[in-house]
Design a protein around this ligand. Sequence first.
Ligand code: URA
Ligand code: URA
Length: 247
Amino acid sequence: MPDTFKKELLETVAQVRGVLEDFLTLGIREIDFPELPGELPVCPPETCGIDHGGQGLCRSESLEEIRAELEDCRRCPLCEGRKNIVFGVGNPNARLVFVGEAPGREEDEKGEPFVGEAGRLLDRILFAMGLTRPDVYICNVLKCRPPGNRDPRPEEIEACEPYLKRQLAAIRPEIIVALGQFAAQTLLRDQSPISRLRGEWREYQGMPLLPTFHPAYLLRNPASKKEVWEDMKLVMNRLREGQGGGA
Ligand code: URA
Ligand code: URA
């Protein structure tokens, strides 16, 4: 045991003893400990996204709770132009999560991510991996459509990313795939171009993350599909190494 830790431990014991002796002097013989709310797993603070208030304990949130907190979100100006918040879809226990950029027109209409042309390509990629939408979870960095599909702005990311972080903490997938430059750069805090980021394993909040090209980019540059397929093979191998198979 390191000496500094031993010293802190002894000091703590001395403090506790002091408090208990005070209780005895005050005539307090029993202590009512407040009941902890249900089964509380200890949640690694770096992954949980909940303010612990310094207690180090938390109940992991459900996706429904996070969605309920977003409610009719007005935390950034994108709320003015949106039809629907596009929170995310799929399996709350997914082993694999895809994170895109932001909803487009069709996603905004339906309130569901990747339902346009890029989404149909994502479905085909999933199919080739032996997966379907309900096996995985799909969401975006931004939950509301930027007007005219312009690039997301820093203040929009700042307002919205905490919710993505909490979604990923709630699911805790075995693998996160960042679709495209924007998702990869945002999650990794790394401004390298996607052509450099893709295909290399990284980490987000302790979870393995693999950046790859965005399906919308593949629609314009079909030759890059083979690189995405190389990346998806890395994903499949890693899932296979984990328990079971399927996602
Ligand atoms: N592009 C994205 O990044 N996300 C969507 O949901 C649709 C298109
Ligand atoms: N630019 C992007 O934003 N994403 C890609 O996947 C490729 C180029």
